[in-house]
Design a protein around this ligand. Structure first.
Ligand code: ADP
Ligand code: ZN
Length: 768
């Protein structure tokens, strides 16, 4: 059991609303609301609930209180209500309710409690992340006075002796099918507001204050589509999910289906079953996959779909949230935060492209939607379906151990072939000294051929090229850390090669240790120049670059894709952004310009990311009758990740990569946390990181003994960002519990010096 500030040992009773069973004199007992207060101190606070508020207050609602000696006005979330003896301690009262109804169900409150503990984040901050700002701010609603004629008055309307105007007002209002605002009534009758006020004073008109939406959520009308006839693989997959649904028990199913195997169709059928029970489904997809086509696919099958994408206005977001909470929506489709959708009767959670990094939030609370989904599905006793062509090794490992049920869909629909993937060995290109620029001779020739025969071309370039690894352009050898198996980073100023995990350091070699070639200082391909190079080489074909820099303006992403879809643009160049989820039948060639940039990042998931990227980008081609192929430029054609990607062979990749992870205690074989310290002055940041590392080492020794280690402090791979020097510390332990206990203990009460900031990232994905 964990200790909680202010309430040690009360964990089990958290959120119970029942009065404690022991007998006490009623006079001594009071209703007490326990609050967490965003922007206030981290602990919980107790407040007295005045009798008048008690019937309208429940856990999960926000209330207004004052805090501290200065009586600062604050808003807090009520997380517990108890009828209990208050003792001599004087409590302040709850002043007012902020919400008419609870924003969080008891189940959602328990989920946030788990998040707060697991991700070491204050509960108040978690709650503010779980309840959208638009909902907290009641966006798009107004407090409105609504008038009606009380039934008693209406019954004796004819007998009332009133001036003509007043009688007309009463008659009109009594006959109205809906309550009216004072302004509406005055306008329709043509009377002064004071006349209406007079009637209200006499008690002949009743007034009620209600919060109403002035923009209801709009639902685009989409033509309904019939179900497709499933093929045998799809039917088997569906049967597994349905069996799990009908068992009414939680189970996680990992749907491993190659690109184009028809996974979405399987999700849709499973959701139809759930909706048939009168329950709701949540479908999580990466934000980038929330394309209009993807939205339509769901809208065409289900009447009531809420799509939560990032371009919603606050009023729309709030209206959707209310509709979902009222049970008026069958299917919620959205990115990461849609896992918090307040569905009253959840039946199924689907998480598509489960390997995607965007499911992890990169600000506090640094939650992973997959792990939150797992918790929520288990608590609500519903199945969780994880789908991917390239599952994360974490999920795959659990599929292997039987913790998840693994379902395979190894073929594309209609048995369409997967595209041929071929590597171009840049070592040959370099040795022959025939090559300058980013596009090799074979890639150039293939582009020309594809374009001349009417096809379209996608070129993928990896932009995360800031961390320069040291790779021999002659033999492809990469200089790696002997402790961490991480590519060392070349620091030109000091001419060293540095491990950004453990701080291991080496003088940068001048010759390749393997083949003695002097081209070891190869610095990678000039990705910025790629666009210019493409335009120079293919002036007759329209090219478009798509990355976070060129796609800032809202709608630019959709416009770019539309131009490519209608054939206006023939060559699309882009970053990872273009690798996912797109479906263009005329793309006959995909070129990966620099596969090695991803392969040798100082990140223990570098091989996995590269494999995923290559398989996903290959999935973008060969979708139409023209077929398609993929060319991958690399100095490391023999690397296991690249060899497996060429054969679309996930199983072999996983079987080769998992032992590497195990050997060095990386996830999924160990739990990991990362601390990042940053500050404007390097020595101060370094020193504080060292202090933290010492505390962590001591705490880990107490909690985890041998099965744990602390790596660092070392400069973070991105050693300087926006003027701040960054250091990192990594913790690894065989089991998560001792690691988290040690972490909690080590950081308890730690204050960083002036100007130095630090964060804790539990289960990190971003290792830069
Ligand atoms: P995935 O998500 O596995 O990559 P999709 O669900 O996008 O695959 O399906 C790929 C394409 O195949 C889509 O255009 C989809 O409409 C089509 N499709 C899926 N299932 C069937 C089926 N049973 N019969 C015909 N077409 C199908
Ligand atoms: Zn190292």
């Amino acid at each position: 059991m964990h200790e909680k500030a202010g309430h040690p040992g009360e964990q089990q009773q958290l959120f119970d609303t029942e009065a404690p069973p022991w007998e006490l004199d009623d006079a001594e007992r009071r209703w007490v609301a326990t609050l967490v207060i965003p922007g206030g101190p981290r602990q919980e606070f107790d407040y007295l609930v005045p009798d008048a508020l008690r019937p309208r207050l429940s856990v999960g609602q926000r209330v207004r209180v004052t805090l501290g000696r200065g009586d600062r006005p604050m808003v807090g979330y009520c997380v517990r209500l108890e009828h209990r003896a208050v003792g001599v301690r004087r409590l302040k009262p709850v002043n007012e309710l902020v919400d008419e109804r609870a924003l969080l169900s008891p189940a959602m409150l328990r989920l946030t409690q788990w998040m707060a503990e697991h991700y070491l984040c204050p509960l108040a901050q978690v709650l503010d992340a779980v309840v959208p700002a638009a909902v907290r701010g009641k966006a798009g609603t107004r407090l409105t006075t609504l008038l009606s004629v009380p039934t008693k008055v209406a019954a004796r309307l004819a007998t009332l002796d009133l001036p003509k105007k007043q009688a007309a007002i009463l008659q009109y209002l009594a006959a109205s099918s809906e309550p009216l605002t004072p302004a509406q009534l005055a306008q329709r009758i043509g009377c002064a507001g004071s006349t209406i006020t007079g009637l209200r004073r006499k008690g002949l008109i009743a007034a009620e204050n209600r919060r109403i939406h002035h923009h209801a959520a709009t639902h685009a009308l989409v033509a309904r589509e019939e179900n497709l006839a499933l093929n045998a693989d799809q039917q088997l997959a569906l049967d597994s999910i349905l069996a799990s649904l009908r068992s009414q028990q939680h189970q996680t199913l990992l749907l491993h289906g190659v690109t184009g195997s028809g996974k979405t169709e399987v999700y849709i059928r499973a959701i139809q079953e759930v909706v048939g029970y009168g329950r709701q489904a949540i479908v999580l997809v990466p934000e980038i996959s929330l394309t209009p086509q993807a939205q339509e696919r769901f809208r065409a099958r289900f009447g009531r779909v809420a799509v939560l994408h990032s371009h919603l206005t606050d009023a729309e977001r709030h209206a959707h949230w209310q509709e979902i909470a009222a049970g008026q929506v069958s299917v919620v489709v959205g990115a990461r935060s849609a896992i918090f959708a307040p569905t009253p009767h959840l039946g199924l959670i689907v998480l598509d492209e489960e390997h995607e990094g965007s499911f992890k939030q990169d600000t506090a609370p640094r939650y992973h939607a997959r792990d939150v989904a797992l918790r929520r599905a288990a608590a609500e006793q519903v199945p969780l379906v994880l789908g991917s062509a390239t599952p994360s090794l974490e999920s795959w490992h659990r599929g292997q151990t039987g913790e998840y049920r693994l379902i395979e869909m190894p073929r594309r629909v209609f048995d369409r072939p997967l595209p041929a993937v071929v590597t171009i060995d840049l070592r040959n290109e370099t040795r022959d000294h025939v090559w300058t620029g980013s596009i090799s001779r074979p890639l150039h020739a293939a582009m020309r051929e594809a374009l001349e025969s009417g096809g379209q071309v996608i070129l993928l370039l990896n932009r995360r090229g800031f961390a320069t690894h040291i790779q021999c352009a002659g033999c492809g050898h990469v200089v790696r850390c002997p402790n961490c198996d991480i590519a060392l980073t070349h620091h030109r100023q000091s001419e060293i090669a540095l491990c950004h995990y453990c701080d291991y350091e080496l003088a940068a070699p001048t010759r390749c240790p393997e083949c003695q070639f002097i081209g070891i200082r190869y610095s990678g391909l000039g990705t910025q120049r790629l666009e210019a190079e493409v335009r120079a080489r293919f002036p007759d074909y329209a090219a478009l670059r798509m990355d976070t820099d060129t796609m800032r303006a809202p709608g630019s992403h959709e416009r770019a894709l539309a131009a490519f879809r209608n054939g206006e643009v023939r060559i699309l160049l882009g970053t990872q952004m273009i690798a996912k989820g797109l479906d263009f039948p005329d793309v006959t060639l995909v070129g990966v310009v620099n596969a090695d940039t991803a392969l040798h990042l100082p990140d223990f998931r570098a091989a996995e990311r590269t494999f995923q990227l290559l398989v996903q980008v290959a999935g973008r081609t060969g979708r139409g009758p023209k077929g398609g192929r993929v060319l991958v430029q690399t100095f490391s054609p023999d690397h296991a990740a690249i060899r497996a990607a060429v054969r679309h062979d996930y199983q072999t990749f996983a079987a080769e990569e998992l032992p590497n992870r195990q050997a060095l205690s990386y996830p999924p074989f160990a739990s990991m946390s990362r601390l990042v310290v940053r500050g404007p002055k390097e020595p101060a940041a370094r020193e504080f990181a060292g202090h933290l590392a010492e505390r962590l080492t001591a705490a880990l020794a107490r909690h985890a003994e041998h099965a744990a280690r602390v790596l660092g402090p070392a400069p973070a791979p991105i050693a300087k960002l926006r003027g701040l020097h960054r250091f990192q510390i990594q913790l690894q332990a065989a089991l998560p519990e001792p690691l988290h206990a040690a972490l909690r203990e080590a950081i308890e009460g730690v204050e960083s010096p002036e100007g130095v900031q630090w964060i804790v990232d539990v289960d990190p994905l971003d290792m830069m």
